[in-house]
Design a protein around this ligand. Structure first.
Ligand SMILES: Nc1ncnc2c1ncn2[C@@H]1O[C@H](COP(=O)(O)OP(=O)(O)OP(=O)(O)O)[C@@H](O)[C@H]1O
Length: 266
């Protein structure tokens, strides 16, 4: 029996304040289909991430049918969903910059409970500790375990949050602008660690406005503009001068430097 798609949007719309920020979006992403979602500032990328992570809810459809399904289901408890779809976003990183300090190790363990920090009712098992250790090591940040997350550099904190998203061994990872604030070397190193995850079988959905961040493993590109899907297709076809110049509203030159792409203003 074929498994359910990783996610399905069926005429989904989202309002934020008075604005329709996602307008009648339909798309389906299957497991294993590494996908990049590109769009200019304000195009609705973070709103889409929020919709998939259940931070925002879609408008009810007139026919009463569900407009968002993740792994075939319409309703999820957040901690159950996180076990299948890990999410890393700037909003999450901001959360850890606030309030009382949480160490990197604790933030990762708290990921098992979809909580920000460990509470008295959270029972951490030895297996959980082992797993947390393993993901911190895999992302090269085990040495930062005792440090307050808020004291880490942007790139270090980003890796810790990915480790946190990976504790459950999710089948997919949604990354909203994961390279923001990284210097060129940290960015390349970070993208290489994402490539390893993709090759290891985690489906990646990458939200970005940088062509340079589209991993070689990504085969599908979705172009988002003003809350609508403008194009959805193969990377080789959409990471090109004409579609991206139209998307960003400036003449652009896209170069393919195998296996990466780069963009410059024409
Ligand atoms: N609370 C709100 N009320 C009204 N409009 C909002 C609200 N929050 C977001 N918006 C608008 O929704 C649109 C989409 O925002 P969103 O953050 O999803 O865009 P984005 O593509 O992620 O942008 P960026 O690349 O700048 O992060 C923007 O025009 C933004 O101004």
């Amino acid at each position: 029996m074929p498994s359910s798609p990783l996610l399905e949007l069926d005429h989904a719309s989202v309002l934020r304040g008075p604005r329709t920020v996602l307008d009648d979006i339909s798309l389906r992403i299957d497991e294993g289909e590494h996908t990049a979602i590109l769009g200019p500032n304000g195009s609705g990328k973070s709103s889409l991430a929020g919709l998939l992570s259940r931070n925002f809810y879609p408008l009810a459809r007139a026919d009463g049918r569900a407009s968002v399904r993740v792994f075939g289901r319409e309703r999820w408890a957040v901690d159950e969903l996180r076990g299948l779809l890990g999410i890393v976003s700037p909003a999450l990183q901001n959360d850890f910059a606030l309030d009382e300090p949480v160490s990197a190790g604790e933030a990762v363990l708290a990921g098992f409970f979809a909580a920000r920090a460990l509470g008295l009712d959270h029972r951490v098992t030895p297996a959980m500790r082992e797993r947390a250790q393993a993901v911190l090591t895999a992302l090269g940040v085990e040495h930062l375990r005792e440090r307050p997350l808020a004291s880490l550099s942007t790139g270090e904190a980003r890796r810790v949050l990915i480790a946190r998203a990976l504790v459950h061994g999710p089948r997919a990872l949604l990354l909203d602008e994961p390279c923001t604030g990284l210097d060129p070397a940290a960015r390349r190193q970070f993208l290489e660690s994402l490539r390893e995850l993709a090759r290891g079988g985690t489906t990646l959905i990458l939200i970005t406005h940088h062509v340079e961040e589209v991993l070689p493993e990504i085969g599908r590109v979705i172009l988002l503009d003003q809350g609508k899907i403008r194009a959805d297709g193969a990377k080789a076809e959409l990471l090109a001068d004409t579609p991206l110049s139209a998307l960003f509203g400036v003449p652009m030159r896209i170069e393919r430097r195998d296996p990466w792409y780069s963009a410059a203003l024409a």
